[in-house]
Ligand binder design. Structure first.
Ligand code: LLP
Length: 418
């Protein structure tokens, strides 16, 4: 459920007509609904009931500091994968102790900064990283809290680029190597083992693989207990899918209920790292039809947003629903919705039945996650604004980049070098 609905024939974001957002800040733009965002977070949070838990929102899904601050206020923790994300969370008022630091390639300065501010847990993905973390912690004279991200070797049905829990993927520590590595970690002077976890992939549509991973890693928890390795948390990762078209993802409540039913270690805090399921449906991308172009083979609607603004259709052949901002439902035809970028791969939707005329506005739904965060300046296109709607109010939470922003960090060669 979201708060982008028609009133009469006009699409609204909460109580604001989308047309008035475009009138103020132009097209294309991202529009987010605060009520949707908050509702999704609460659904996760409440499903855990009395079980100790922490929802660490995966910042990569949408890292705008206004979005992060809303989640921080609701009590969210954060799953980060870079210092850039860390600095955003801190700016937004997130507590360092509620942050878990994930990722296969954490750099020395990133780890130093994270230790200095007191990040709650380092999710480690290799023996070398364990040694690196211990060395830095020793140098900084602290004890770094660590968790191992285990690769449970579970097959999931999703796009191969976003499946992460198979042994051929780069992620996590091989299942059989986890216990030996924990034994090593226990001997080190400057790390403290606090947890264990996994993340098996993104946009997952079935509960079963999550449960298989949970059970497999649960066995490791048993083995830890037998060896006296004390864990305080189990991190079950993110990955719950959303509906882009006609998929039927499990509800967060059903998924979490199934996990709780199987939980054999209720003393452990459960950490979860959802990104998409919290923010995807809280956002739309609004774009304007510039040109209608008919060929003998195809009808193209060339719009002002492109693959640099929303990469998912091009990169993953992802389907995202496209609807009119003003619904005129007259002359339906089949259109490819394409952007101005000079690549055939630049499309936002193919073979869509829509009633279109030039200058119409369209909304691409479910664009709140991995939309703006994956956008780029390709073709020297300034990044587009982000607007947050809260009931009948709208806030510009990121302004449109200017043309001078594009070259801000570039230098011409000195005269003599030309
Ligand atoms: N935790 C870890 C360690 C992750 O790598 C990810 C996502 C998440 C949590 C959050 O997963 P989520 O709940 O959002 O599925 N750009 C792709 C998705 C990439 C996901 C990468 N990792 C897309 O647009 O579909």
């Amino acid at each position: 459920m979201d708060h982008f609905n028609y009133r009469g024939n006009a699409l609204y974001a909460e109580d604001v007509p989308v047309t008035s957002i475009v009138a103020k800040w132009g097209s294309p733009c991202y529009v987010y609904s605060r009520a949707t965002l908050e509702r999704h977070f609460k659904v996760f949070d409440e499903a855990f009931a009395n079980q100790p838990h922490r929802i660490c929102y995966a910042v990569k899904a949408n890292s705008n500091i206004a979005i992060l601050s809303i989640l921080a206020k609701l009590g969210a923790g954060f799953d980060i994968v870079s210092q850039g994300e860390l600095e955003r969370v801190l700016l937004a008022g997130g507590k360092p102790n509620d942050i878990v630091f994930s990722g296969v390639g954490k750099l020395v300065p990133e780890l130093e900064r994270a230790m200095e501010v007191g990040v709650g847990c380092f999710n480690l993905e290799s023996p070398s990283e364990l040694m690196r973390v211990n060395d830095i912690a020793k140098r900084l004279n602290i004890i770094a809290p660590i968790s191992l991200r285990v690769n449970p070797d579970i097959n999931v049905e999703t796009h191969p680029y976003i499946a992460t829990g198979l042994k051929e993927n780069k992620f996590g520590i091989e299942y059989d190597q986890a216990l030996p590595l924990l034994r090593e970690a226990r001997k080190l002077s400057n790390v403290k083992i606090v947890g264990i976890g996994y993340h098996i992939g993104s946009q997952l549509m079935q509960i079963q693989p999550f449960l298989e991973a949970f059970d497999r890693v649960g066995k490791l928890v048993d083995q830890c207990q037998e060896e006296g390795i004390v864990l305080t948390h189990l991190d079950i990762g993110g990955g719950l899918g959303v509906r882009y078209r006609d998929e039927n993802p499990p509800s967060p409540a059903d998924y979490i209920a199934a996990i709780l039913k199987r939980l054999r270690h209720p003393q452990l805090e459960l950490i979860m790292e959802p990104g998409r399921a919290i923010v995807a449906n809280a956002g739309i991308l609004v774009t304007r039809v510039e040109y209608l172009k008919k060929t003998s083979h195809k009808n193209f609607a060339v719009v002002d947003a492109a693959m640099n603004d929303l990469l998912r259709p091009s990169l993953y052949q992802a389907y995202q629903e496209i609807i009119p901002v003003i619904n005129q439902s007259t002359d339906y035809q089949t259109w490819d919705i394409v952007g101005p970028v000079c690549e055939t791969g630049d499309f936002l939707g193919k073979d869509r039945s829509l009633s279109l005329k030039e200058q119409d506005l369209l909304a691409i739904r479910t664009a709140g996650a991995y939309g703006f965060t994956m956008s780029s300046n390709y073709n020297s296109r300034p990044k587009i604004p982000e607007v947050l709607v809260d009931q009948d109010q709208m806030f510009l939470i990121r302004k449109r980049e200017t043309y001078s922003d594009l070259t801000l960090h570039e230098n011409l060669l000195p005269q003599g070098e030309l």
